[in-house]
Design a protein. Sequence first.
Length: 95
Amino acid sequence: MCESPSGDKGGLMIPALSARFVAMSARPIKHSLTLRGHRTSVSMEDAFWQAFRAAALQRGLTLNALAADIDNARDGDVGLASAIRVYLLKSAMEK
């Protein structure tokens, strides 16, 4: 089921969230990635880690390789976790 933020029939449709989804993704999980030979930690909710893994698999890349591509494209004042989330959102919106 989908709902618009304002409850009307037009505009951006957002899937209704189940209690299980909210509980599953409520707390960020920290993972280490290696970018250009350097380890870095990224904290994201489980739902984003799942989507990130799926995106890497779909593109035939490792998580580190996709993270490096996103890192290279981001502005210096944007955190890597935020850049990954925005990348995933834009990818989902293009489908």
